[in-house]
Design a protein around this ligand. Structure first.
Ligand SMILES: [Zn+2]
Length: 405
């Protein structure tokens, strides 16, 4: 059993006063970060040694608080300011490691701006933050902030990062270590999953899963907001307002989609001992004109959730390469004869006569390729007793324009 780190984010609803206190904390953390960056860049340009973090902490936090220009640093938790210096250290370390080829190259640390779309502060264990008996998040010098606990935390985290995003929403983000105590009791079912465009997912047991209504509604609102933005005159006040509406709608779609992926992946992992999916890199759709809808469907995010949840709950996760095109092989007799154009939803196997549902057939093939116990019965609309005569089957010898719903 592997230990892993998982990030949990929850929406925060700070009061007006708490929002002001958070704005101060974001501002102070940013000032300390920028002061430290300036001190180091100045030292570098003057050929002086790289200032140590301890010295910077003393000069830019402890001593600065007693000067009239920086006295307001005393209004926020000192731990938040210390953490800001540590974040700058990390940014430098990553930059230098990149130069040495130890990790992908990245830019030198940059000054933070009030206008950055994402603002954040980090509270470590030293800051003595806590979760109150009333389930609020108690932050030093901020107060008890209301949290929407959409999932339960598997263990108590030591650090919380408070984030304000481009849409003006607040989140508490926790990194939690998970362990083997979460392994679920064994169950019998094993399932292959076909990720598609008609339905979000189709299972080898015949279940078809669509995106939920709350996600489709959020997507509709986003489209409307985008249309309205494109009609607004450049540089106008109304355009600014419309841009904020688009950012909010975007955030809502992303949230709704993540929520749906979490719910579905948790359910699939709970209900099945093993799950198999096709490797998306070989699914081959991403390079076609369907790329956008593939991207929107967010498959890769969903598949990575399945993968880590399987590891966490002691289930088997299999990603299969595409040895055979799953939608074209008959899951009953194994003959490669199936349909190519996407509008063919049901087809008759020329070899054994089984009438197959395109998507379920693909899911059964995924399960079989992964070596899972999957029955082909689910894929059959009608069992094939009499082979269909040529010409009446759902296959086309000439290519047809593909259509995606
Ligand atoms: Zn067949």
């Amino acid at each position: 059993m592997i230990r892993m780190q998982l990030r949990y984010s929850f929406r925060l609803y700070p009061s007006v006063g708490q929002r002001m206190a958070l704005a101060r904390a974001f501002g102070c953390a940013r000032v300390v970060y920028n002061d430290a960056l300036r001190a180091r860049e100045t030292a570098r340009s003057e050929g002086l040694p790289f200032p140590k973090t301890g010295d910077l902490s003393k000069a830019l936090i402890t001593e600065a608080k007693s000067t009239p220009e920086r006295a307001w640093l005393g209004e926020v938790s000192a731990v938040v300011l210390q953490q800001s210096l540590r974040d700058l250290d990390t940014a430098y370390r990553n930059f230098f490691d990149g130069l040495k080829g130890k990790r992908p190259r990245m830019g030198a640390p940059r000054y933070k701006s009030k206008r950055d779309t994402r603002q954040s502060v980090r509270f470590t264990a030293n800051a003595r933050w806590s979760i109150t008996p009333g389930q609020k998040l108690r932050l030093p010098k901020i107060g008890d902030v209301k949290v929407k606990w959409s999932r339960s935390l598997p263990s108590t985290p030591s650090t919380v990062t408070v984030v304000k995003d481009a849409a003006g929403r607040y989140f508490a983000s926790f990194v939690v270590e998970t362990g083997p105590e979460e392994v679920l009791p064994q169950v019998a079912p094993e399932v292959g999953i076909d990720l598609g465009l008609g339905h979000f997912a189709v299972l080898s047991d015949g279940t078809k899963i669509d995106s939920p209504r709350f996600l489709r509604r959020a997507e509709k609102r986003l489209k409307k907001a985008q249309r309205s933005l494109s009609r607004k005159e450049k540089g106008s006040k109304n355009r600014d307002k419309a841009r904020i509406r688009v950012a909010r709608a975007h955030a809502r779609v992303a949230d709704a989609r993540r929520e749906f992926h979490h719910q579905l992946s948790t359910q699939l992992i709970r209900d099945n001992q093993a799950v198999a999916v096709e490797d998306l890199a070989v699914k081959g759709l991403a390079r076609t004109r369907l790329a956008k809808s593939v991207h929107d469907a967010g498959w890769s995010a969903f598949v990575s959730m399945l993968e880590y949840k399987a590891a966490r709950y002691g289930r088997t996760f299999v990603k299969i390469g595409r040895f055979e095109p799953t939608s074209r092989v008959c899951s009953v007799c194994g003959v490669k004869d199936g349909p190519k154009p996407l509008h063919i939803r049901e087809w008759t196997c020329q070899a054994c006569g089984a009438v197959l549902d395109r998507d379920i057939n693909a899911a059964v093939n995924v399960a079989k390729a992964a070596g899972l116990a999957a029955s082909a019965c689910g894929a059959q609309v009608r069992p094939g007793l009499v082979p269909a005569p040529r010409g009446e089957a759902g296959t086309h010898s000439t290519p047809q324009p593909s259509t995606a719903r």
